[in-house]
Design a protein around this ligand. Structure first.
Ligand SMILES: *[C@@H]1O[C@H](CO)[C@@H](O)[C@H](O)[C@H]1NC(C)=O
Ligand SMILES: *[C@@H]1O[C@H](CO)[C@@H](O)[C@H](O)[C@H]1NC(C)=O
Ligand SMILES: *[C@@H]1O[C@H](CO)[C@@H](O)[C@H](O)[C@H]1NC(C)=O
Length: 351
């Protein structure tokens, strides 16, 4: 608690600086095609982004977990991917009523979301995004997707699903750090499949790159919605300094800011700058809260068990785990389950 309050002061200071000047917004060009925000679709996707936090893998891959119902009923799970060392989790499957492949990704916050948020302030734009001049991103978010099992496993599962069902659309989603990774995943898929086939909707994601990156992003993944909620602090981090728009982090469009007041919920469709001053940015830094990070559209976005990066699997999986020294590729009802433990991380990098 002590450390968090210190961290909170530091965050507050940086946000104060970022709010200090209202310079001109740097326009981020987005395509003419306007992606229409649909509340029902958002509610469905937030339920997928919530389900990927569940730790009971058996209930998850049979789609019987406590969060695996409501609008996501009938989901066909095709691939469940777990990186034990980094506490990352993702799944790929088909939503037949949306006629789309769903990719949901969960990040690594583990038991200390507070520390994770506090650290967000120091994240550097330390990696040039490949083949995009001037585009800079945070290497940690990028490599959690690109340099772990996720990239290989997700792209191959999407490829297989499109073989079975034809070239249906892919919708990528995630909350918090999972949203940051979902962004890189959507960009990667859009560059392979074409931007028209890929949609992205994230919830409470932090900024991931600079203005140049945001421009490329808007061009390659035009069907993007970044949902923010009330006073959630995470979309404000790492900070955006409006007097240094070229040099600091910059969100890509398009934000949809959801607010609840007195039982009424409003959803504001923001402008295409990525940093609409009239959306969540209009909240003063003193008003930012962590609580709003854990509920989106009324859905619980916390892990069901923060105590460790605990993974509960069926006995059969446990057994495979021993036999294969950690690297599991098993098939049950045609579902791939990949679990990667520290011992195989290095091998994966050769892929
Ligand atoms: C919103 O999305 C749902 C599917 O989630 C669809 O059934 C409905 O027709 C869409 N509404 C509009 C207005 O496009
Ligand atoms: C991203 O991953 C690919 C392999 O999947 C690798 O070749 C490439 O170097 C990685 N990019 C970066 C910038 O690390
Ligand atoms: C909530 O919305 C309803 C319908 O739009 C409106 O009549 C009511 O006054 C709103 N309540 C508050 C507290 O804003």
């Amino acid at each position: 608690m002590e450390r968090w309050s210190l961290g909170a002061k530091v965050v507050a200071l940086a946000l104060l600086l970022s709010a200090a000047s209202h310079g001109r917004e740097l326009p981020v060009k987005s395509s003419d095609r306007s992606f229409i925000y649909n509340h029902t679709l958002a509610k469905t996707l937030v339920e997928y982004a919530s389900a990927v936090y569940m730790t009971d893998l058996t209930a998850l891959f049979t789609w019987t977990c406590s969060r695996c119902n409501d609008l996501t009923q009938g989901f066909e799970m095709r691939s469940l991917i777990v990186d034990v060392e980094n506490c990352l989790q993702a799944f790929v499957g088909v939503d037949h009523s949306l006629n789309s492949i769903i990719v949901a990704i969960r990040g690594t916050q583990e038991n200390s979301v507070q520390n994770w948020i506090k650290d967000l302030i120091w994240k550097q734009l330390d990696l040039s995004y490949p083949n995009m001049p001037n585009a800079k991103v945070h290497s940690g978010f990028f490599s959690s997707y690109n340099n772990t099992i996720l990239r290989l496993a997700i792209t191959s599962a999407v490829h297989k699903a499109r073989k079975s069902y034809g070239d249906i659309n892919v919708i990528v989603t995630g909350h918090s750090m999972g949203g940051a990774m979902a962004s890189f995943c959507a960009l990667d898929l859009a560059m392979k499949l074409g931007g028209g086939s890929v949609q992205l909707m994230t919830f409470g994601q932090p900024r991931v790159g600079n203005a140049a990156f945001a421009s490329y992003f808007a061009k390659y993944v035009p069907n993007t919605i970044r949902v923010t909620h009330g006073h959630d602090i995470v979309p404000h981090l790492p900070p955006y300094f409006s007097f240094l728009p070229q040099l600091t982090y910059h969100h890509f469009p398009r934000e949809v800011w959801v607010q609840d007041s007195d039982g009424n919920t409003t959803e504001r469709i923001c402008d295409d700058s990525g940093e609409d001053p009239d959306c969540c940015r209009c909240i003063s830094m003193f008003g930012l809260r962590i609580q709003d990070h854990f509920t989106y559209l009324g859905v619980d976005m916390e892990a069901d068990d923060w105590s460790t990066c605990r993974i509960i699997t069926a006995q059969r999986v446990q057994q495979f785990r021993l036999e294969l020294a950690g690297n599991i590729m098993m098939t049950k009802h045609d579902i791939d389950v990949s679990i990667v433990e520290p011992s195989v991380q290095n091998r994966l990098e050769q892929f």
